[in-house]
Design a protein around this ligand. Structure first.
Ligand SMILES: *Cc1c(COP(=O)(O)O)cnc(C)c1O
Length: 430
């Protein structure tokens, strides 16, 4: 199996950032997320350089929902990243990670009054998803005696080749304002006293393995940029969102590189701003591409059962990695201690959750997995731990960071006390 450069196999054992995965599993216990922070920094630099080579005024906003660990966000902040935040909690994380408010975009299709007040108070730019939200924000900003800088989220009405649950720019999607209505929305924003339209925003979806949809979205944004510039909006930024996919099938997925992405998108963007006679910053919002391949989930085999299929029962399932159950997602799996051994049969890796759909990997060739073995699930850095739950009252596991040849906890495991810590039992006596 092809492996990215931060993973490797030595004497048959899988390594991440130079560390033996079975040793990390012994030291910290399983299940365990292990994240290579240096890989994340490297991914960031590569993506940014690919775009900045075409246009230096490029700002990368990490989509914070992909991975909410502070160590990860701090790593990206130190590289110069801002963030696309989708909730008050993600805004708080980004600020605590040291990101400047001017590098953040507060996004979301359903913001509460508290969200809007927080956005105004912190001075972050807001991606506004409806006219009603615009009016609410204007009122909140007026109350605070401030002006909120906004972009509208444009719905580009594009079909994209990905799982329907993560196609966000379809005509029927809940996100954004239809491109035909966008000029009227900007006109209203210009006329509002306490909001100032300064950007345009779109995001077409996630895990997209072709560059052409991104170029089409950039073309839609050019049209919007032209219309709103004519209206008198002074565009400070054009945000084309995230969504570039990664090769989850290591040997067969043909995933575009950031350089290929840039080669497809940047000429369209550059022509658009030239025709409008403007020089806004370009904002891009990768999530998965920056963090997806940085992490492995280490799980332990509890038992192997030969039935109509052979099940390898492990100690984590969709409580810690929901992508296979939720998106039919594929993740490569390896027996960490015999990572280059030949398969002796076909196995289905099943989690411990009381649900039929709790399968991490189906019908894979593996080298005779046995109780006690460590299995590594690859490419879990994006939408992995971030989407975890305590279902079946399983405390969430620890996350370990590897960086500069060292390893350290970046999130401790939860305990049973953590599960009950927020609960109260009301007195039921009459
Ligand atoms: C989720 C999301 C992203 C990131 O998507 P990836 O596929 O992880 O790159 C970017 N922008 C917005 C608005 C999002 O909702």
């Amino acid at each position: 199996m092809r492996l990215p450069s931060h993973l490797g196999i030595e004497h048959g054992r899988l390594r991440i950032g130079g560390h033996d995965c079975t040793t990390l599993a012994e030291i910290y216990g399983t299940p365990l997320y292990v994240t290579d922070l240096d890989r994340i920094a490297g991914n960031f630099r590569r993506f940014h350089a690919a775009l900045a080579a075409h246009y230096p005024q490029t700002q990368m906003l990490f989509a914070a929902k992909a991975n909410g660990n502070l160590a990860v966000i701090r790593t990206l902040a130190a590289e110069g990243a801002g963030a696309d935040v989708f909730s008050a909690g993600e805004l708080e994380l980004a600020l605590r990670a040291g990101m400047k408010p001017e590098r953040l975009l507060f996004n979301g299709s359903s913001k509460s009054p508290t969200d809007l007040a927080l956005a105004v108070e912190t001075g972050v730019r807001v991606s506004v998803d409806s006219l009603e939200e615009l009016r609410q924000l204007d009122a909140v900003a007026a109350e605070a005696g401030k002006t909120a800088g906004i972009a509208f989220r444009v719905n580009p009405a594009l079909e994209v080749p990905t799982h329907p649950k993560i196609a966000t720019g379809l005509k029927t999607s809940k996100f954004g304002i239809p491109a035909e209505e966008i000029t009227a929305a900007y006109a209203e924003a210009l006329a509002s006293e306490h909001v100032e339209p300064v950007g345009i925003h779109c995001h077409i979806g996630s895990q997209i393995l072709e560059v052409e949809p991104f170029a089409r979205a950039a073309e839609v944004m050019n049209g919007v940029a032209g219309e709103v510039t004519d209206l008198g909006v002074d565009l400070d930024f054009i945000d084309i969102g995230g969504g570039l996919g990664i090769p989850y099938h290591h040997d067969t997925d043909a995933a575009p590189t950031p350089e290929e992405y840039a080669a497809a998108v940047m000429p369209v963007f550059l022509r658009g701003i030239r025709e409008c006679g403007i020089d806004p910053s370009l904002w891009v919002e990768p999530g998965r591409w920056l963090v997806g391949d940085s992490s492995v989930l280490l799980v332990r085999v509890n038992s192997v059962k030969r039935a109509h299929r052979t099940f390898v029962n492990v100690d984590a399932g969709f409580n810690l990695l929901v992508r296979p159950a939720m998106y039919d997602a594929y993740h490569e799996v390896l027996v960490a201690g015999r990572a280059d051994a030949a398969a002796d049969g076909t196995y289905t890796v099943a989690g411990p959750i009381c649900e039929t759909g709790d399968l991490l990997a189906q019908d894979r060739g593996l080298p005779a997995p046995q109780a006690g073995d460590t299995i590594a699930v690859l490419d879990v850095g994006a939408y992995g731990f971030a989407m975890s739950s305590q279902y079946n009252s399983r405390p969430r596991c620890a996350e370990v960071a590897v960086t500069g040849g060292k390893h350290a906890i970046m999130r401790r495991a939860e305990s049973f006390d953590d599960i009950t810590a927020t609960m109260e039992t009301p007195d039921r006596t009459a």
